[in-house]
Ligand binder design. Structure first.
Ligand code: G3H
Ligand code: 13P
Ligand code: ZN
Length: 330
């Protein structure tokens, strides 16, 4: 048993309180390798932003759970070495069982998500409550989810959104004791969030996706004022990355994300945590493809992963400063 407190990590309680008061959202960036972690930590130190490091169960399988935990511990020390002890949370993304959540609590995670959104309401309540009871004994915070996002959530996929039902949220909070709630208001995972036929074209000919359901968010906030809300599936899918990838041999078709203005608006509300993974994947892939195309003789991984890391860092700085508003909050 390792306590996250010994590792210098923090749970989400204090950070969400500040985010709620300050009208911003804390970035939750997924990682599974060293370059991503370096980019996240250096970007957040340089912009003075708190950060949530997210590990999915896929990432855990890919990188080894023990190694990831030590990397998060290393991230705390790395931030200090860079000159600022920013608050860092190590969070399990989309935990799907009590055993997985318990194992993360036991090995030093400071926050876990239990995603029972695909279960019946009653089963979601029961599973979430079980995780909360265990996690809270160790002062680990828990994120639950109501409503289902369209697209792929880890190994589970859903064709259509099931928007969160505002009438369920108070009961869910009361019965489970969760610390934050992920909701479904029109975001989805991955780079293909909308089909072109769902979008309209603006005056510049750019495809504009259907707006998020802020009416549902407002209704939820009315029922649970001041309670931290989480938005998954919040990548914006920058078109310059899609174009670079496709220009250099990629085949990304119809990649459309959430407009940044909508995320800025959400960040000013009760949304305290915004999850971004796909944009980082696109940034790295675009840069690696560019290097391979312009320097075909290059075979030192540092020569393509290094530029990819720099691109990623620039992207994360942009997110904290211009989208989430979490910059200059430490
Ligand atoms: O919500 C899913 C995250 O983007 C993690 O994706 O399961 O492929 O690691 P992953
Ligand atoms: P994106 O696929 O939009 O980056 O969402 C990531 C996410 O929600 C991780 O939990
Ligand atoms: Zn997610």
């Amino acid at each position: 048993m390792v306590s996250y407190k010994e590792l210098g990590l923090v749970n989400t309680r204090e950070g969400f309180k500040k985010a709620m008061e300050g009208g911003y959202a804390i970035p939750a960036f997924n990682f599974n390798n060293m370059e991503q972690l370096q980019a996240i930590v250096s970007a957040c130190v340089e912009t003075r932003s708190p950060v949530i490091l997210q590990v999915s169960s896929g990432a855990r399988k890919y990188a080894n759970q023990t190694l990831l935990r030590y990397m998060a511990q290393g991230a705390v020390e790395y931030a200090k070495e860079l000159g600022l002890n920013i608050p860092i949370t190590l969070h399990l993304d989309h935990g799907d069982s009590f055993e997985l959540c318990k194992s993360c609590v036991d090995m030093g995670f400071s926050s876990v998500m239990i995603d029972g959104s695909h279960l019946s309401y009653e089963d979601n309540v029961a599973l979430t409550k079980q995780v909360v009871e265990y996690a809270h004994k160790h002062d680990v915070t828990v994120e639950g989810e109501l409503g289902v996002l369209a697209g792929v959530e880890d190994e589970v996929s859903a064709e259509h959104h099931t928007y969160t039902r505002p009438e369920e949220v108070e009961d869910f909070l009361g019965k489970t004791g969760v610390d934050s709630l992920a909701i479904s208001i029109g975001t989805s995972h991955g780079a293909m969030k909308f089909k072109p036929e769902q979008c309209t074209r603006n005056a510049q000919g750019i495809l504009v996706p259907p707006p998020l359901r802020f009416d549902i968010l407002d209704e939820i906030m009315k029922r649970i004022p001041g309670f931290p809300i989480v938005l998954h599936g919040s990548s914006s899918v920058p078109q310059q990355y899609v174009e670079t990838i496709n220009k250099h041999g990629g085949a990304l078709k119809d990649a459309i994300g959430i407009p940044e203005e909508e995320l800025r608006r959400a960040a000013k509300s009760s949304v305290c945590k915004i999850n971004i993974d796909s944009d980082g994947r696109l940034a790295m892939t675009a840069k690696v493809r560019e290097v391979f195309a312009s320097k075909p003789a290059e075979f030192d991984p540092r020569k393509y992963l290094g530029p990819a890391r720099d691109e990623l860092k620039a992207l994360y700085k942009h997110k904290t400063i211009n989208v989430l508003g979490s910059a200059n909050r430490v």
